[in-house]
Every structure is written in C-alpha cells, then in structure tokens.
Design a protein around this ligand. Structure first.
Ligand code: GLP
Length: 293
C-alpha cells in the first residue's frame, strides 16, 4: 500500500492523473475504472489537459464506472453517466460506445448487474480503478456492512451518504435511496487501485481505511488487502493519521530506495504477496516491500 501525501487538492489530483496517464501510455487499450463524486474532478481536468496539450490518447481505452443511482437515467443531471460525460468524456477522445456505467433503470437488476460483471471480465478486467471515499469510509457505494467479497448489486444508501450527496440535488428528498454499485470484491480484482481523498471531512475515513482494521464497517480498508493500491491524500485529510510522519519519510526517501522490479503477475491480483526472503532488501524487522516503494 502506498500513501502519497500532497500539499493540497491540486497536487494529489495531478499526481493521480500522472499515474493514470502512465497506465494509458503503457497500454493504449487499457481498461479504466472510473469514479464520480467531487474529489476526482481535479484529476479528470488534468487528464483532459494531458489529452489536449500532450496528446494523451484515449481512443482505444474502455471504461467502467463504479456506480449509479437507481431511478436516474443518463440524461438526468445528477446521474453518474451525465457526470462522466460532463467532467471527462466530452473533452477526451474516448469512444462513447466503449464507456460503461451501471444501469440505474432496469427491469431486472440482478441480470443487469451480472451482465456488468461479465462485461468487465470480457474486457480483460480493470487495469486501474480510481476511487473516492465517502465520509463513512465507503468506496463506490459499498456502505458499512457491505461484504468485502461483494459483487455488483443493488444497495441501500445510508442516511449519512444521502445527506452528504444532498448538496448536488435541488431538494434533499430528491436524493435516491437505492443505487447499483460494483462490489468490494469486484473492485479488489482491478490490477491497480488509486484512491483520492481530500479535505477535513475525510480525516476519520482516511485514518480508518489506512490504519484501522480491515473491516466491512469501512470498506476502503479493503485496499489493505490489495497488492497494488495507493492512497493520494491531501494534508487537510491527514489529521487523524498516526503514522503521517512515517509516510512522509517514506516519500522523501523514495528516490534512494533500491530498485524493485515487479515480478510478472501469475496469480489472481487479490493474492497476498509475500517478501522473497532471497531478495536483497534492507533488513529491518517487519519491513515489507511496500515500505520501501
Ligand atoms: C459517492 C460516490 C463515491 C464517492 C463519494 C465521495 O458516494 N458513490 O464513489 O467516493 O460519493 O464523494 P466526494 O468525492 O464528493 O466526497
């Protein structure tokens, strides 16, 4: 798990966009998992700039979004499909037919959720998944008590999430109560995870996710189980991190760390990776590979 602390929102947005851009440059046919909410907007703006000024090419990319409100179709200005069009798709050269957002309207949600999972699998899986974090620690719409093995399905929002998201709707009572969301299990299958967190409202959620126990009560804590996950956190959101100084120390020491070449992945990406005892790594007790990258 990498913890990247930025001075402010702008810094983490640019750093996360650079990581996304690298995935697309390394693999022009990359499958991108995308997120909504206010936090990723800065990252999307930077991706748009990279497309416009530096030719970052999305023409062969496929995208899958995390979630959608039940009852809103793509033309509703609070639907997540609409959000993606406005904040990213219309300003880059992704083919709209290659963009996917779960259906918020369906006669058979069980079938449409299964079809979404199948489509992700058929596309070869998600290469990099962007995530925000709810104030209650949720990722996508996996509210507290969501199984860490959950798949794309219907969920009921908590009152806290409804209140948090009411700012985007005309009236609080317009916020949908139900949603469709990728499950935590679905998210953990992405090859790489990038979580963005910004602002004082996220301090508890960030601390629980990074330093708390892995628990369905804070579904972002599931990132601790992933072999390639990174938290991009601005200083304002770090207020409750006990090990903040250590994360900053790791960041400062990064350029001097021994070179590390990723072994080719042969197993499922959710498998825990153990240190190769033969590897030539510094030998502090308890030091893990992720401590030095
Ligand atoms: C919603 C979305 C999440 C997002 C969260 C936080 O609940 N489903 O994916 O992470 O909002 O949103 P914001 O970034 O606006 O705080």
């Amino acid at each position: 798990m990498e913890i990247i602390i930025g001075a402010d929102y702008d810094e983490i947005s640019k750093a996360a966009a650079a990581a996304m851009a690298k995935v697309v440059r390394d693999k022009p046919t990359a499958v991108l998992g995308l997120a909504t909410g206010s936090t990723p907007i800065g990252m999307y703006k930077e991706l748009i700039r990279l497309h416009r000024d530096e030719g970052l090419d999305f023409s062969q990319v496929t995208t899958f979004n995390l979630d959608e409100y039940v009852g809103l179709d793509g033309s509703h200005d609070q639907s997540y499909r609409y959000f993606m069009t406005e904040n990213l798709f219309k300003d880059i050269n992704v083919k709209i037919e290659n963009t996917n957002v779960p259906a918020g309207i369906s006669d058979d949600f069980k079938a449409s959720c299964q079809a979404y999972e199948e489509k992700i699998r058929a596309a070869g899986g998600i290469d990099v998944q962007v995530l925000g974090i709810g104030s209650d620690g949720h990722i996508a719409f996996n509210e507290p008590s969501s199984s860490l093995a959950s798949r794309t399905r219907l969920k009921t929002l908590t009152q806290q999430t409804i209140d948090d998201n009411a700012r985007f709707f005309e009236r609080p009572e317009d916020v949908p109560v139900y949603c469709v969301t990728m499950g935590v299990g679905t998210i953990l299958e992405a090859k790489k995870l990038i979580l963005l967190a910004s602002g004082a409202g996220k301090t508890d959620a960030v601390a629980d996710a990074i330093e708390g126990p892995v628990s369905s009560m804070c579904t972002a804590s599931a990132l601790q189980l992933h072999p390639d996950s990174a938290f991009y956190v601005d200083l304002a959101a770090t207020g409750k991190l006990k090990m903040l100084e250590y994360y900053q120390w790791v960041q400062a020491k990064k350029s001097g760390a021994p070179a590390w070449t990723e072994p080719p992945r042969t197993e499922a990406p959710t498998d825990v990776r153990f240190i190769d005892p033969a590897a030539d790594l510094p030998s502090s007790p308890g030091m893990t590979v992720s401590s030095v990258i």
